[in-house]
Design a binder for this molecule. Sequence first.
Ligand SMILES: [Zn+2]
Length: 84
Amino acid sequence: MSRLTQEEFDMVKLLLVGGDPVECKLASIIIRLLNEPELCYWDEDVSGIYHGTCGVAWEMSNHDGLIANKILYCPRCGRKIGEL
Ligand SMILES: [Zn+2]
């Protein structure tokens, strides 16, 4: 992921201080991605399918989560998985 311009960074900071919970969450995700670009961040949707920041979609046959299933690295991009 490329770095943000100053204008983009200022926009992220506005999201963070705005007080809206969804906007704060988005801003914290952006900041985390910028600080740890070596990780592939996965988040689980309502159907139990994990989506990674590299575009991977992964569904497990149980709902025990990534760590219980010993899934530590993304099968698509090979980076270590970080959970959002
Ligand atoms: Zn990945």
